[in-house]
Design a protein around this ligand. Structure first.
Ligand code: ZN
Ligand code: ZN
Ligand code: ZN
Ligand code: ZN
Ligand code: ZN
Ligand code: ZN
Length: 333
């Protein structure tokens, strides 16, 4: 499903993109400036750009897409796959993906009058949302809020949805064929476990309070598309389960939070060094065969880059104080 957003009042439009066909990634919105034409037009971070002003971006690099945006005159009509609805897999939608085919048909056909969004409005499957507030949340769009019925006496061999134990004799609640022990009628989010009397949403077979469902399911893990209840790995304006953000080579998670990107792929420090050479911790550039390098504070540096971040004095073979992973001179510490 794609949506056409009409941005008015720019440039500057107030959004940034990452990815591109040249690095085998979807073109993804990485940042939207609050209050900008992009924000007013309902563009959100993590939306996938599919087309701009009638040009399909299937094979476009980021630079090409940016050129189209820069040279646009008048409104910017952006077709996106919404961040809340997309299948959130890394990499790129296949050329044969039905989204592209539908999009090509859509853009070729002249549109009936009234189908284009008015200023800043969002047209989605014929229904028009006039403001950002009316954009449906994941919960409303895909998962209805269920009202609990009061607890009744059990009389059959049924199983509790929360603890998977049989319910026999005691009081239980049943909603749309889903059953709970009275004491098990709680939100499935591990850090909530609040009572579900105010209504709940069933997702992936589990019952969540509305607050938790909105919170955890609106920004799922970019790799496995499941909610992240524990600490998340955040990078590139997206988030993953710690166990889902792994090195392309060794499949290990980034335990220390340090990772490298090459051609749209993620590598751990060790494999990156093995495949692409050693990079300097300060300038992030390669340490070439002719460069003099040094090891300090658990990192590799060009000799010339081992400087006090404050006064820029070179600290190679000098006394320094370690702070936040960088060497400070005794004066600046
Ligand atoms: Zn139970
Ligand atoms: Zn909850
Ligand atoms: Zn995950
Ligand atoms: Zn690795
Ligand atoms: Zn350097
Ligand atoms: Zn200094």
């Amino acid at each position: 499903m794609s949506n056409t957003l009409v941005l008015t009042g720019g440039p500057p439009w107030g959004f940034r993109i990452v990815g591109g066909a040249d690095v085998d990634q979807n073109l993804v919105v990485s940042r939207v400036t609050p209050g900008s034409p992009a924000a007013k037009g309902n563009l959100r971070s993590r939306d996938i750009l599919l087309a701009i002003n009638g040009t399909i971006l299937k094979d476009a690099s980021r630079a090409e897409a940016e050129a189209i945006i820069r040279t646009a005159s008048g409104n910017l009509e952006v077709v996106v796959k919404l961040a809340t609805a997309w299948d959130a897999k890394p990499g790129r939608m296949k050329a044969a993906d039905p989204t592209w085919v539908t999009l090509a048909q859509q853009l070729e056909k002249p549109r009936p009058v009234g189908q284009t969004g008015a200023e800043g409005s969002l047209v989605t499957q014929g229904k028009r949302f006039e403001s950002a507030q009316e954009r449906p949340t994941v919960a409303e769009a895909e998962h209805p809020v269920l009202e609990p019925r009061r607890f009744i006496q059990s009389d059959a061999e049924i199983v509790c949805n929360t603890c998977a134990q049989p319910i026999s004799g005691g009081e239980y609640s049943t909603v749309e064929g889903i059953n709970f022990h009275k004491e098990c009628f709680i939100c499935a989010a591990p850090n909530c476990q609040g009572n579900l009397d105010a209504g709940f949403i069933v997702d992936g077979g589990k019952a969540y309070c509305v607050t938790c469902h909105n919170k955890y399911f609106s920004q799922p893990c970019l790799k496995c598309n499941k909610p992240i209840f524990e600490e998340a790995f955040r990078a590139l304006n997206c988030q993953w389960h710690l166990s889902c953000f792994i090195c392309t080579e060794c499949n290990q998670p980034m335990y220390d939070g340090v990772f490298h990107m090459e051609g749209g792929r993620v590598y751990c420090g060790e494999d990156h060094e093995r495949l692409f050479g050693v990079t300097c911790y300060a300038c992030r550039k390669l340490i070439g065969p002719g460069d003099s390098e040094m090891n300090a504070i658990g990192q590799k540096w060009h000799d010339r880059c081992f400087n006090c971040p404050k006064c820029r004095k070179n600290l190679n073979a000098k006394r320094f104080v370690r702070r936040g992973g960088f060497p400070f001179c005794p004066t600046c510490k």
